[in-house]
Ligand binder design. Structure first.
Ligand SMILES: [Mn+2]
Length: 324
């Protein structure tokens, strides 16, 4: 079953004249690790590919091979004709940031969906969705291996970045025997752990950690729901001007909490919306179900949503949804 779909996807990409690869917007290490590993393979096979990301690449991930060729220019959708569009690490094309461009195309490319989110809508013509996988990068490792595609050191570095990101450096519940084994294989193939560590793990400035300090000092436990929550206001980011991606990551830190059932970080965004991130380490809790009620999605232990309103209003909505 898995073998058939990976072969079909491989065939579709290899026979395409031109391929578009799309990691999700506000990309993380897994989205970009998967996208750049695919791009490295395509270029080794002389398959012409474009990698499009709707929002800029975080500076911490610019070390990835092919990262410099990733474009956020929407015109690439009109400039060329793509036979295949591969969306990686996205539950649906809207989350990916590909939807407005895809639906505006005057032709229909083959849509390929490679992902591990349990909330994935199977939107592709070809769907390689493995919710049990730690990361999309882990799925791609299997994809390359089953198709007997050699994994270069550059590809290994990309995939390892995805694994490290999505497993919280092999500590969170996504960590499995397979993810650890794949990590070992990727090191064998030359994954540059030193650079990944320097770029992805030690990436916070003093200003960013000061901001984290403020956010952490606001932690409260809501006794009825067992949710420990905190929040960012826009003025926090004005007072501590840090890059968007430096402010992120605090939700993962809350996996260290021993109190409560789940953690929630709310972040006020421009345009009157609030982005929420849930984390839990409890076996009996599925936070993606809560995120789904709020129009979002994700994984059982890490999920998110975006809701209109102020931080206070959104917190009430969230608590009501959880109590429900
Ligand atoms: Mn992922």
């Amino acid at each position: 079953m898995l073998e058939r779909i990976v072969q079909r996807i491989c065939g579709a990409i290899e026979s395409a004249g031109r391929v578009m690869i799309v990691p999700h917007q506000y990309p993380d290490g897994d989205a970009l690790g998967a996208a750049t590993a695919l791009a490295a393979w395509c270029s080794s096979r002389q398959i012409i590919c474009t990698v499009f990301c709707a929002t800029p690449i975080p500076y911490t991930l610019r070390f990835l091979p092919f990262a410099e060729s990733i474009t956020s220019d929407p015109e690439v959708w009109e400039r060329e004709r793509y036979d295949a569009v591969v969306i990686v690490d996205s539950g649906d094309p809207v989350y990916a940031g590909a939807e407005p461009f895809l639906s505006a195309l005057p032709y229909r490319p083959i849509l390929i969906n490679i992902d591990h989110h349990p909330t994935n809508t199977r939107f592709g013509d070809l769907n390689l969705v493995v919710p049990a996988a730690s990361s999309t990068s882990e799925i791609l490792y299997t994809f390359f291996t089953l198709n007997k595609i050699p994994i270069s050191a550059a590809m290994a570095t990309s995939l390892m970045t995805g694994l490290i990101t999505d497993t919280g450096t092999f500590t969170n519940s996504a960590t499995s025997r397979l993810s650890l084994a794949v990590g070992g294989e990727l090191i064998k193939k030359g994954a540059d752990l030193k650079t990944i560590k320097r770029s992805v793990l030690s990436d916070k400035s003093i200003e960013a950690l000061k901001l984290w300090g403020i956010i952490l000092s606001r932690l409260e436990l809501e006794p009825e729901t067992g949710i420990a929550y905190t929040y960012f206001k826009r003025h926090d980011l004005e007072k501590h001007p840090v890059k968007e991606e430096e402010a992120d990551g605090i939700a993962n830190l809350l996996n260290y909490l021993s109190e409560g059932r789940a953690a929630l970080v709310l972040k006020e965004r421009d345009g009157g919306t609030v982005k929420g991130s849930f984390r839990t380490t409890r076996d009996d809790l599925d936070v993606s179900a809560w995120a789904k009620k709020l129009g979002g999605g994700g994984h059982k232990k890490a999920a998110g949503f975006t809701v209109a309103g102020t931080v206070e209003e959104v917190l009430e909505k969230v608590l009501a949804a959880v109590r429900d």
